[in-house]
Ligand binder design. Structure first.
Ligand code: NAD
Length: 493
């Protein structure tokens, strides 16, 4: 059967993005590709290289050569910082182009895509200027000795990132690794990786030497598994699901290397009876709707004190019902989910909640004009959700918000800490003592008081405990992950 000529012409004009290995763009070793779909309309609009184990091997070798022989790890931190800062400026020069690419690839509304490109630039500005400000130590020791502790780069670092914030994730993991003098191999997600590929091209233009940043696109079980198990890697940085995080950690253990894992979350927002509703309601709603709920730090559980339950939940429901969902270019409150698979998964949670007879308090609308083949799911507010129900404990990774009620402060703390995850928590109360007590009691990596910043803040150390992962990204903490200390003892008599 021959292809319709219009579709055939469209297919012909689709661009294929190649891998970046040792400063050269090249197709996958076996020439295979993966189709890239726009989640807003379900149409293929680009192709990427389907990287192989041989491509990963070539990329790791190039990074090793660059690390051992090239100028990067020997440059002064000031010089490295200048190149990273230049990349930050280049990202801003190409701002609109990158935002449109990110929106087409992920389906996110344009305003979110623009915010993400600003954040990607910020990572390079921040780590460009931090490169020469992360110092070693001098240790007082025995008489006649001088002891210094210097920070050496790990060497060749492997980076595996997800599809939800491709541009931001690129900056978040690659910028601190480069700032410390490492040479890197990145495997972005097959569902959305066009901005990381474009950012790598801009990095070359900014003056990054060949081999310092290599990008191999493709399938997780192929290129991703080959990267995480490669014996030439000195450290791994992984962001994604807890299931794949386990595989990456096993692979790291087999090579006796360390890893930082940023996994999922079921982050609570605790609303006490003295909370400022006007401040809390829009933030609580946005924290689940941002990026269609496909944010690891989404505020996906709202714990509400019994005394204000009806009043507060009524306000949230009112706002929820007004949300509008549409394509990235319609630029509404919420875009589509990333793929048909993700739509099915999230819809499954909604159907099971209905079967469990959990009340739907509000449901937003998919706007007229949203393309029929896009992966849209209407944001849905459930409550009261029983504490043991999947909606109260499992990560949905979609625009589904669970409301759960609590009695008092002790009950709230127990409930907030009572899942397998521990990434972020929000606390809404005017009581200063309670703010301190509850913040200290949270078992997670970040706590916001009277605010919530899902994904925000390049300067703020970020990461999880329990099933949310370990190690820290962002801020100066990330620089610590990408180096090891070396103690040098001088006996001078
Ligand atoms: P995923 O784990 O399936 O994929 C993440 C990355 O791992 C992709 O690049 C994928 O190609 C790769 N991968 C898949 N199988 C692999 C394998 N066997 N070996 C090596 N690499 C492999 O996750 P996802 O579906 O892309 O993202 C959703 C999940 O990621 C959610 O659970 C979410 O909470 C989590 N996430 C966490 C953070 C964070 O910062 N903590 C950020 C974004 C997403």
């Amino acid at each position: 059967m021959s292809l319709n000529p219009v579709r055939a012409a469209a297919q012909e004009s689709i661009v294929t993005r190649e891998n970046l290995i040792d400063g050269r763009w090249q197709p996958a070793s076996d020439g295979r590709t993966v189709d890239v779909v726009n989640p807003s309309d379900g149409q293929v609009f680009a192709r990427i290289a389907r990287g192989t184990a041989a491509d990963i091997d070539a990329a790791v070798r190039a990074a090793r050569k660059a690390f051992e022989e090239g100028p990067w790890s020997r440059m002064t931190a000031v010089e490295r910082g200048r190149i990273l800062t230049k990349l930050g400026a280049k990202i801003l020069e190409h701002f609109e182009e990158l935002a449109q690419l990110e929106a087409a690839d992920t389906g996110k509304p344009m305003k979110q895509a623009r915010a993400d490109i600003t954040a990607a630039a910020r990572y390079f500005e921040f780590y460009g200027s931090a490169a020469d400000k992360f110092h070693g130590d001098v240790i007082p020791f025995l008489d006649g000795y001088m002891v210094t502790v210097v920070r050496d780069p790990k060497g060749v670092t492997g980076h595996i990132i997800p599809w939800n914030y491709p541009a931001q994730m690129f900056g978040r993991t690659v910028a601190p690794a480069l700032a410390m003098g490492n040479c890197t191999v990145l495997k972005p997600a097959e569902e959305a990786c066009l901005t990381p590929v474009r950012l790598a091209a801009l990095a070359m233009e900014a003056g990054l030497p060949p081999g310092v940043l290599n990008v191999v696109t493709g399938i997780g079980e192929e290129a991703g598994a080959a990267l995480s198990s490669h014996p030439g890697i000195d450290f791994l940085s992984f962001t994604g699901s807890p299931e794949v995080g386990t595989l990456v950690q096993i692979a790291a253990a087999k090579n006796h290397i360390g890893c930082v894992l940023e996994l999922g979350g079921k982050s609570p927002q605790i609303v006490f009876d003295d909370a400022d509703f006007d401040a809390a309601v829009p933030v609580v709603v946005n924290a689940i709707v941002q990026n269609g709920g496909q944010t690891c730090s989404a505020g996906s559980r709202v714990l509400v004190q019994k005394a204000i339950y009806d009043k507060f939940v009524g306000r949230v429901a009112e706002r929820f019902a007004q949300l509008r969902v549409g394509s990235s270019t319609m630029d509404l409150d919420c875009g589509p989910l990333i793929s048909a698979t993700q739509k099915k998964r999230v819809s499954g949670f909604i159907e099971r909640a209905a079967n469990d007879r959990i009340g739907v308090l509000a449901q937003a609308k998919v706007a007229d004009g949203a393309p029929a083949d896009g992966y849209y799911v209407a944001p849905t507010l459930f409550g009261p959700v029983p504490r043991e129900n999947a909606l109260a404990r499992e990560e949905v990774f979609g625009p589904v918000l669970s409301i759960i009620s609590f009695e008092d402060e002790a009950d709230a703390v127990k409930l907030a800490n009572g899942t397998d995850y521990g990434l972020v928590a929000g606390i809404w109360t005017a009581n200063g003592g309670r703010q301190m007590r509850v913040a200290k009691a949270m078992r997670c990596g970040q706590v916001f008081v009277n605010g919530y910043g899902a994904g925000g803040g390049i300067e703020l150390p970020f990461g999880g405990v329990k099933k949310s992962g370990h190690g820290r990204e962002k801020g100066f903490e990330a620089l610590r992950e990408f180096c090891h200390s070396k103690t040098i003892v001088f006996k001078h008599g």
